[in-house]
Structure formats: structure tokens, C-alpha cells
Design a protein around this ligand. Structure first.
Ligand SMILES: [Zn+2]
Length: 878
């Protein structure tokens, strides 16, 4: 599954379960009776609120037993027939937690083959999980999202990933509608107004990878696959499928080349769904996507949208091997399933489109996640998972840290050796299940190194090391030491790691490198005399923070564009941000380093700088905001001058990615009147004639114009949300509706979240924008507490666990209020405490940093803004 990034990242996840925590022993299925084949017939008319079905399951009893268990949650089982080779056996059932059905037979059965047939009925889900119905432009559709445990909500099944069996789906739909499943149709018949499609039996699959789509669907063919392939959309949207159709085959072929085996399934449908929580989901042969990701308007698609499409498709398609062909044994390896797909998605995206500089985007992700992983609320990414409760609560950390760690190990053992290990693992477990340990063992073998042991430090321990490099008393020798990285003022258990690292350094004017495995708490390395600087993490592949003597750090920053690669410069920006939190450098020095980095020629290094400035912005005391605006203009103004406010013909693609971000910073935090008025003019043009504005700028200029916008502009945005012809335009306007700063309009935007015609998954689109400044964060938090019941009534139960994120920021009072609010049993949902702990850490980090460095930072901002005359004040022509 791919998640979509956002400021409230966790609110964009798909399947997060948080039912009342039940005893694991009661909710895991036994192995006394296991399925070997299941056919499922469903009669689906999405215009109705309910559906009926039957299922036939071939079973194997592995030991003498009178009882066995399977799943069905909220599904009414009308009749159950259990058949032994000698004839029917009477069966009764009881229902337990999490949809576990215990079947008790009239007599004990012996090992052997049996059959079970069930007739059932159910209502469609309407929250975009399980088997759900939704409407778009007057047409009704049924779709599915089963990961992690929603298949049991749709029909009776053995709903755990290790029950991997062939399925046959048989779907009856109104005769003028289309039905899609994981495989090609085998036979189609029409009778009494119903069309019944019998689909080919699948290869062995776990229940969470089954998929169904029905309704007035249309599609375009995907060329060049070697198997049948389509991009499927709801009615009237197939003209937006061109980019997806054209980008798929190259990705699939690159993956076939990497894995050394053909795509494992008989067809490939990519299905765009308007009501969808995640980015996409890797159902075998029938990948479902959020329509915002898959469908691009050929007349207005942007570089960022194209990049996201390619990356998400590469992630999902890599799951066809890693996840679908070989499936995790149990959910404790979900992190590996997702980290691997993210890692591979990045790799293939970079390989196919070197012009995207995607290796810089991936290093940004790993550098960013270390800020979370440094806090006390962090946890090891591999955790024992007893039940599917809160399975995805650690997912942001698990995806990005896992991806970073895989990258580090690939570099350590070498890409070819790593590939060999991965492919041996896939070959050994094809069509079955495996664990992370199986992969490490395979990598041990391919590399001849103890990958398992070194990996354990990063996977089974929380946090990461800080590697410090200091000169030893002998000239030319340096001491490398490691300890657990912690933010200043935070107590955490001491840990140690075996760290694969490569030092990069300048020696006698030449750049050299040295690789080693840092296993001790201290280790000396002789680099020779005349070393002018050391960068302890060559190409930023290592998952650790580093520190070097203060003068060396300053000179690294000053000469970075010449001596460091863009990945290393991103690492430098991020690692120094971490050193600020650790108390190893001061706020004024840090602001000086960032100011230097504003001159960086690589656009994606600038986006890293903007990310870090986002953290800085929260810490700056409110009374220093004018001086901070001057600092922003001084640091970013020259960058915007280089990039330009408008696209130049033939410019590098990356400029169109960073341009809107620079405009946003200069217009909002920098209070640059020229940028503000440029944005207002562009927004006006976009409202009148969308084709007159660079599509890459549309989203940001709508937001900037909203900051000072009035009720009339708000009403115009709302009208565009409701009449938008493409998912992207709808998202742009919806997001911008949250960016109005006048309190009464902000309130209207928040009211619209609950009163407007929004899909459940759009509820958080507006609040992401309203929470973008401190008054907005406060208003959004208050709104959440006042409308808690209405909000939780509109979203799948598990999303309530993420509501504590509304207390993020730098307000102690809001944090305390949130702690009391969520402690109230009326507002408490199992799993919420994990998110509340994360928010508490974030706010406390910010408060401590503001207390410790706020004055120094404000002082620097004041004196530097007076001392420097080089930046234009707000309002002067650029
Ligand atoms: Zn995934």
C-alpha cells in the first residue's frame, strides 16, 4: 500500500484497525482445519445498500477435531453446510471478537478433505473500507479495500496472510454494468437482467489481496505489457488515464529485469477510485488507486503529479513479487513488505527517470524520519504483532526507516549481491509465505557477511546512533565514537549498533573515502595528515546522525556545493538540524548554516532546506516574526530569483517542483508583497481560465491568494470544488479552502468539512491547510474537540486514533488540553495513546528548543536583518 504524504501524514493512511483490543489467542485462527480452495459468489448492485452471496470452501483437517475457526464480521450467515466424504455433518457457530467464528461439529472429524458451503448476506460499507459502495455523478459503484483485516467484513474467509490459497470469484451485477476481479473472466452469462462473470481461479493469494470493482466502469488499454492490461475509471474519466497507461509497461519491465522473473499474474488492471483512503493498494492483478494519484489531466498535468504516479506505480507493481508472490507470514513483517516496496519504488523511479533526481527525494525521506525516530515515543520497527489492532500506527516510521535501512545495507553488501539475495529469497518462497529472517538469511548467503546480526541493531532497536568524529592526539588519526542519538533534555536507554559507514574526506586537496564497520563504542582510524574536512556519511546512505568539530562543520557548509554531492548536502542540512535539537550547536549558528545553504544550485537541496525551515518556523518566538520574514527573504529570495517566478522554456524539470514551494515561503513567511500580488493575479486568472496558468503553480497561488482572501473568493473556491471535472482540480480547491486566514472564513471552511458534499477521505484535506499557521492550528484543534463525534462518525473507526495530531505545534496549553480531552473515556480509542505520545514528544521538543535557543535565534534574526541591506524589504520590486 502507498500512503500519501501530508502534514498530518498519518491521517492519509488506509487501513488502520483499532477495535477493542482482544486477547491474541482468541483472535488468531488455528490450523486444525485449513482452507485449500475457496470460491465466492456475490450478487452486487451498488444502487442497493445490501448484497447476498454464497461461498464454497475446500478444507483440510490436519488433526482430529470437533471445532475450528474462520472469520466473518458483521456478515449474516444464513445457512452453513459442512460435508465429509461420508455425508453432511451438522455444524453450529458462535461469534467472538474481531469476527472470529467458532464452528462446532456434531462429531469429531479425522484428518482429511472436507467441504463447507455458506449462504450469507451483508450491507455494503460506506466508509471506503471492506466491500463498499459509493456514488459519483449519479452512478453507484462497489469497490474493495481489504488490507489488513476487512475481507472478513465482506464474506466468510480465513482472513490471515498465511492462509494463501487459490480463489475463484463469481460476480453477478446488473447486466449493463462491468465487474472486475483479480483474474481474467473465464465465462460470462446474462439472465434476468443480471450478468454473471466467472473469473479464472487465482494463483494462491491471501484474502487481503482480493479485489472487486463493479459499476459503469470504463477503461483504456495499457500498451506493451505482454499480458492484458487496463487503466479503469468511473464513468466519464477515462480521458484522464493516458499518463497511467503510458507509464506502466516500462515500470513493469524494469521490475521483471530486476527480479529475473516475469510478472506473476494473468492480467493487470489499475483501478482509479474517487473514494479511497490510501495512495494505492497492491491487490494481485487489480491494483486500486486513489483517483488523485492515477488520473492526470493531459492538458494540465504537472511534473510533481507525474513523479508521484510513477513512484506509486513502481511501489505497487514491486509488491506483485514482494508481498503478493511471496507474502509475509504474519503482520509483524508488514514493515518489511512496505519498506521493500518503497525502497524498490524509489530505485525503479530513479532508474527509469534519472531526470527526476529521485535518489534525492529518497534521502530526504530517510533524513526526515530520523527526527521522529529520535524521540522517546519511537519504537523498534519490527514489533511482535498479536492481533491486527493498530497495525498501521507505526507506519510512517516503519516505511521510511525500513527503506533507509535497506538502502544502507544495499550499499554495504553491494547492489548486485543484494539483488542476488533478494531473488534467491523470492525463488525459495514463491507462491508462499516468508519472514524477514528468511530474507536476512538469504542476504547472509549471497554476501558472505553477517547481515542478520548487523541488521538486527537497526530493526529490533528503537532510535539510531550519533557518530562523532574527533581528532586524536596523533596527527592524522581520528576517533570515531557512537552513542544513541537523543535530543537534549530527554532521557533514553543507552544502545549500541554495528554501523556500516563510509567516511568521505579531503586529504592533501584530494577527495578520498574509507569504509568500515563501526562495532565498538570508540574506534580509531588513520586518515593521514593534512585532512581538511571529513564528511562521515558518504552519499548519506548511513542511517545515523553525525557530528564533526564545529569549525569543520562550518567549513563543510561554506564549501558544500563544491565538495559535497546533493545527497550529502541534504544530509548536512538535516544532520545539523538534529545537532541543534541535541544541543550540540546553537540556534544562531544553525540559522547561519541554513542561510549559506540557500545558495545551493540543486533545486531538491532547496526543498530540504524548506522542510527544515518548517521546523525552525515553529520554534521562532511570535515577536520575532518580522525579523524571521526578513531572514526568509534574505535566504530564499536569491534562490527564487535564480528559479524565477514563472517557468522558462526548456528549463530543468526540478525547477517546476521547487518553484511553487519557494513562492509559498516567500509569499507567506517572507511576506514578500511582489510574490503575494503575483499569486493573487495568477489565482484570479486560474479561476477565470485554468489554461492561462502554469498547472504546477495553480495549487500554491490559490493558497497564497486565500491567505488574504474574502468571502467572495471563498465562495468561488467552494463552487469549483463542487463542479471540478478532475480529481486534481477538486483537491487543489479543497485544499485552498483551508488556507483562508480571516477567522470567520476559516470557521466556514471547517464547517464545510462536515456539511459539504465531501467523500470521507477528503475530511482531512481542508484541515491540513487550516493547521498551517498557529492561529489556524488552534482553531482546527478547537473545531476537532467540538465536533469530535461528528468527525468520528464520518470516518472508519481506526482513524480516530490519529486525531491527537491536531494538538501538534508549540503550545503547552493545547497539549495539556489534548491530554485531558483524550483521557476522557468518551474520546478514547484504543491506540490513540501511541499518537498522543508522539504529539507530546513533538510539542515538548519544540517548547524545550524555544526555551533554550529562542532568544539566541531571535537575537540573530534581529541583528542580522539590521546588519544586512542585501535583501529587499517586503513590497519592493523583485
Ligand atoms: Zn505498499
Amino acid at each position: 500500500m502507498t500512503r500519501l504524504s501530508s502534514t498530518l501524514a498519518c491521517l492519509c493512511l488506509a487501513t488502520l484497525t483499532c477495535f477493542v483490543r482482544a486477547n491474541a489467542a482468541d483472535t488468531r485462527l488455528g490450523r486444525e482445519v485449513v482452507p485449500t480452495f475457496q470460491s465466492i459468489s456475490l450478487r452486487l448492485d451498488a444502487d442497493s445498500t445490501s448484497y447476498t452471496g454464497t461461498t464454497h470452501i475446500e478444507l483440510k483437517a490436519t488433526e482430529p477435531t470437533q471445532t475450528f475457526r474462520f472469520h466473518a464480521r458483521g456478515v449474516t450467515l444464513d445457512t452453513i453446510r459442512f460435508t465429509s466424504p461420508k455425508g453432511p455433518v451438522k455444524v453450529t457457530t458462535t461469534t467472538g471478537d474481531k469476527g472470529v467464528i467458532t464452528a462446532t461439529l456434531a462429531r469429531k472429524i479425522t484428518p482429511g478433505a472436507y467441504k463447507m458451503d455458506i449462504e450469507f448476506h451483508d450491507t455494503f460499507n460506506t466508509d471506503a473500507v471492506g466491500l463498499y459502495r459509493m456514488e459519483k455523478d449519479g452512478h453507484a459503484y462497489a469497490f474493495t479495500q481489504f488490507e489488513a483485516d476487512y475481507a472478513r467484513d465482506a464474506f466468510p474467509c480465513w482472513d490471515e496472510p498465511s492462509f494463501k490459497i487459490p480463489y475463484q470469484l463469481i460476480l453477478s451485477v446488473p447486466q449493463d454494468e462491468v465487474a472486475i476481479a483479480n483474474t481474467l473472466p473465464e465465462k460470462e452469462t446474462v439472465k434476468d437482467g443480471w450478468k454473471t462473470t466467472i473469473f479464472k481461479t487465482t494463483r494462491p493469494l491471501p484474502s487481503y489481496l482480493l479485489a472487486i470493482a463493479t459499476g459503469d466502469l470504463e477503461w483504456v488499454e495499457i500498451p506493451g505489457l505482454g499480458i492484458p492490461g487496463r487503466v479503469v475509471t468511473v464513468k466519464g474519466q477515462s480521458q484522464l488515464a493516458k499518463a497511467a497507461a503510458e507509464t506502466t509497461a516500462p515500470i513493469l519491465h524494469a521490475l521483471e529485469a530486476y527480479f529475473g522473473t516475469p510478472y506473476p499474474y494473468d492480467k493487470l488492471d489499475l483501478i482509479a477510485i474517487p473514494e479511497y483512503w490510501a495512495g494505492a493498494m497492491e491487490n494481485a492483478g487489480a491494483i486500486t488507486y486513489s483517483d488523485r494519484v492515477l488520473l492526470l489531466d493531459p492538458t494540465a498535468q504537472t511534473v510533481s503529479q507525474m513523479r508521484r504516479l510513477v513512484m506509486v506505480s513502481a511501489h505497487e507493481l514491486s509488491h506483485m513479487w514482494f508481498g503478493d508472490l511471496v507474502t509475509m507470514q504474519w503482520w509483524d513483517d508488514l514493515w518489511l513488505n512496505e519498506s521493500f516496496a518503497d525502497w524498490m519504488g524509489d530505485k525503479i523511479t530513479h532508474q527509469l527517470h534519472p531526470e527526476y533526481d529521485w535518489n534525492l527525494t529518497s534521502v530526504q525521506d530517510s533524513q526526515k524520519i530520523m527526527f521522529e525516530d529520535a524521540r522517546p515515543s519511537t519504537r523498534a520497527i519490527r514489533q511482535p504483532v498479536e492481533s491486527t489492532d493498530n497495525l498501521f500506527e507505526n507506519v510512517g516510521l516503519a516505511y521510511n526507516k525500513g527503506k533507509a535501512v535497506l538502502s544502507m545495507f544495499e550499499q554495504w553488501v553491494g547492489p548486485e549481491t543484494f539483488q542476488k539475495g533478494v531473488n534467491a529469497y523470492l525463488k525459495a518462497h514463491a507462491w508462499g509465505n516468508a519472514t524477514a529472517d528468511d530474507l536476512w538469511k538469504s542476504l547472509d548467503q549471497s554476501s558472505g557477511r553477517n547481515v542478520s546480526q548487523v541488521m538486527a541493531g537497526f530493526i529490533e532497536q528503537p532510535g539510531f546512533p550519533l557518530v562523532t568524529v574527533e581528532p586524536a592526539s596523533t596527527k592524522g588519526t581520528y576517533v570515531l565514537s557512537q552513542r544513541r542519538f537523543t535530543n537534549l533534555g530527554v532521557e533514553q536507554a543507552a544502545l549500541s549498533w554495528q554501523i556500516p559507514l563510509t567516511l568521505k574526506f579531503e586529504h592533501d586537496g584530494k577527495i578520498e573515502s574509507r569504509s568500515l564497520l563501526l562495532v565498538a563504542s570508540e574506534q580509531s582510524v588513520d586518515l593521514g595528515p593534512n585532512v581538511s574536512w571529513i564528511y562521515p556519511n558518504q552519499d548519506a546512505y548511513g542511517y545515523f546522525r553525525w557530528n564533526v568539530p564545529a569549525e569543520m562543520l562550518k567549513s563543510l557548509a561554506a564549501t558544500s556545493a563544491r565538495s559535497l554531492t546533493p545527497r550529502e548536502r541534504i544530509g548536512l542540512i538535516s544532520s545539523s538540524g538534529a545537532l541543534l535539537l541535541a544541543g550540540a550547536i546553537h540556534g544562531d549558528d544553525y540559522l547561519r548554516i541554513l542561510e549559506t545553504m540557500g545558495a545551493d544550485p540543486q533545486p531538491l537541496v532547496l526543498t530540504s532546506l524548506l522542510d527544515i525551515l518548517q521546523n525552525v518556523k515553529t520554534v521562532i518566538p511570535p515577536d520575532a516574526s518580522v525579523a524571521f520574514a526578513a531572514y526568509v527573504r534574505r535566504t530564499l529570495g536569491p534562490a527564487l530569483d535564480r528559479v524565477g517566478m514563472s517557468a522558462a522554456p526548456g528549463e530543468a524539470e526540478a525547477l517546476s517542483v521547487v518553484r511553487p514551494q519557494l513562492l509559498a515561503w516567500m509569499g507567506d513567511e517572507g511576506r514578500d508583497a511582489t510574490v503575494q500580488s503575483f499569486a493573487e493575479t495568477q489565482a484570479k486568472h486560474f479561476l477565470e481560465d485554468p489554461s492561462s496558468v502554469d498547472p504546477a503553480l495553480a495549487g500554491e497561488v490559490l493558497i497564497l491568494a486565500a491567505h488574504n482572501g474574502d468571502q467572495a473568493l471563498f465562495d468561488a473556491y467552494r463552487a469549483h470544488v463542487e463542479s471540478a471535472k478532475t480529481p486534481a482540480v477538486r483537491s487543489q480547491y479543497l485544499n485552498a479552502m483551508g488556507a483562508f486566514r480571516k477567522p470567520e472564513i476559516r470557521k466556514a471552511a471547517l464547517d464545510y468539512v462536515l456539511s459539504g458534499p465531501l467523500h470521507p477521505n477528503e475530511i482531512f484535506t481542508v484541515t491540513r491547510a487550516t493547521g498551517n499557521d498557529e492561529p489556524g492550528r488552534e482553531a482546527t484543534y478547537r473545531w476537532m474537540t467540538e465536533h469530535y463525534e461528528a468527525i468520528t462518525g464520518r470516518i472508519p473507526a481506526e482513524f480516530a486514533t490519529y486525531l491527537p495530531f491536531f494538538a501538534s505545534g508549540c503550545s503547552e496549553e493545547r497539549l495539556k488540553n489534548a491530554q485531558a480531552f483524550f483521557a476522557d473515556p468518551k474520546h478514547h480509542v484504543s491506540g490513540q495513546e501511541v499518537q498522543l505520545a508522539e504529539v507530546t514528544d513533538q510539542v515538548e521538543d519544540c517548547l524545550r528548543l524555544r526555551e533554550r535557543e529562542g532568544t539566541a535565534m531571535a537575537g540573530y534574526l534581529e541583528t542580522s536583518s539590521h546588519a544586512s541591506g542585501a535583501h529587499p524589504p517586503a513590497g519592493s520590486p523583485r
